[in-house]
Design a binder for this molecule. Structure first.
Ligand SMILES: [Zn+2]
Length: 424
């Protein structure tokens, strides 16, 4: 991976299909931006100047659920996972993942996280919500990975030519790290299934919130004490729910979670309750499919639940949220049968949610900060039907499985703060 930094002081134009964050659809147009802010926008295919980037323009994706700490075990796990059940692989305290984590060195875990961060930046992910195991030490591993200089991961940064380049090298990019490129929400959890108030206090001081394993793993009293402490400190609280078997949602909601993960074995009545509450539910259909599990995304979506997508354990599935969008589109007939509009509904599940305290969306509008990304395909000038391109379908979207994907956006013109990064 290589990052090309473009000169940001002058005005630039990007053109193509732009995601309208309000209508949740694409329109053909252009954006003029200067010093990190959108100064003008227009519809139609004739921009006011030659575009620096032409392609599909949309907010950077958010991956709503990852466990990046297990990235380093991908090779070991993927070779055997299809022969094992879910509990044997991921359940604490003795699941394979937890045994591997306990035996791995900190350096190894950090190295794996760095590899996943690199993949996410490359595939257009601007934010991610990670559930870290292993208590406070696990959170420190994530901090260390995020603070790793890009140069240490073998990423070269090509600076703009001109007189400011030397300055830029010394002042801006000398210690450029992963956290300059991607925004993290870290949800920690106690190191074991029993915990003390002081451990919870340390975790909450170092993380954005608490993300517990299955509700059924926890002592009733501990579960509610942890949730209460998270809320008291104005941090977030999330939990895995009904992944392996049904768990009582009404009890779980008494802990006022900010986010629920999975809800595979949930009921229609529960979908209505969650829809009413507005609590987002994160689904990870690709990872679930490895254990012959299928989240009821269609039912929840139709009930009005705020469904979001995540990629779950990096040891099982690469943290590529656009692949998760594609998988959802091709494997859930409700969306696939609606064609482009169905794809947009799936795409929406990988974008930040407007108005939510966790992940508010930066709309692509005049006067707003230029935080969008431009996805382009090498050698391609025609970006009509952006849904087909993003769905990876070269046959006009008639493919029925993700195996039909033959096109993949590989270049991102990323605009962040007041600089422009092109990721190659
Ligand atoms: Zn999970």
């Amino acid at each position: 991976m290589k990052i090309v930094v473009h000169n940001h002081e002058q005005s630039h134009v990007a053109a193509g299909w732009i995601w309208d964050c309000t209508k949740e659809e694409f329109f053909d147009g252009w954006i003029e931006f200067e010093n990190g802010r959108i100064v003008a926008m227009g519809r139609g295919s004739i921009p006011p100047a030659t575009p620096l980037f032409r392609g599909i323009i949309l907010p950077r994706f958010i991956n709503h659920h990852t466990h990046l700490g297990d990235s380093i075990f991908a090779e070991t796990i993927r070779a055997t996972v299809r022969t094992m059940d879910l509990r044997a692989v991921v359940a604490p305290p003795d699941g394979l993942k937890h045994r591997l984590l306990a035996s791995a060195g900190k350096e190894e875990i950090v190295k794996g996280i760095v590899q996943s961060l690199q993949k996410m930046i490359y595939n257009g992910t601007g934010r991610f919500i990670d559930f870290r195991e292993e208590g406070i030490q696990g959170i420190y591993c994530m901090h260390e990975a995020l603070r790793t200089p890009l140069a240490d991961a073998g990423i070269t940064i090509s600076l703009p030519s001109g007189e400011n380049a030397r300055n830029a090298r010394e002042t801006l990019y000398g210690d450029f790290t992963f956290q300059d490129m991607i925004f993290s929400f870290i949800f920690g959890r106690p190191a074991s299934l029993t915990c003390t108030p002081s451990e919870i206090e340390r975790i909450l001081a170092a993380a954005d919130g608490i993300g517990l394993s299955a509700y059924a793993d926890w002592e009733h009293g501990d579960f509610f004490a942890i949730a209460e402490e998270a809320h008291r400190r104005n941090k977030l609280f999330a939990v895995h729910v009904s992944e392996e078997f049904h768990e009582p949602l009404d009890e779980i909601l008494d802990a006022h979670p900010d986010m629920l993960v999975h809800m595979i074995h949930s009921t229609r009545k529960e979908w209505d309750v969650v829809a009413e509450s507005g609590i987002p539910v994160v689904c990870c259909p690709q990872a679930n499919a490895l254990f012959d599990l299928r989240p009821p995304i269609e039912g929840m979506f139709q009930a009005g639940v705020n469904v979001m997508l995540g990629t779950d354990n990096a040891m099982l599935i690469d943290p590529d949220i656009l692949e998760e969008v594609r998988y959802t589109f091709y494997h859930y007939p409700l969306f696939r049968k609606q064609g482009k509009s169905g794809f947009r509904k799936c795409l929406r599940m990988a974008l930040p949610s407007a108005g939510k305290k966790l992940v508010s969306l930066e709309p692509i509008e005049e006067g707003k900060e230029a935080h969008f990304q431009v996805m382009t395909l090498p050698g391609r000038n025609d970006y009509s039907h952006p849904e087909h391109i993003l769905a990876g379908s070269s046959d006009g979207g008639t493919g029925t499985t993700s195996e039909s994907i033959t096109i993949k956006p590989v270049v991102h013109g990323l605009v962040r703060e007041n600089r422009i990064f092109e990721i190659l």
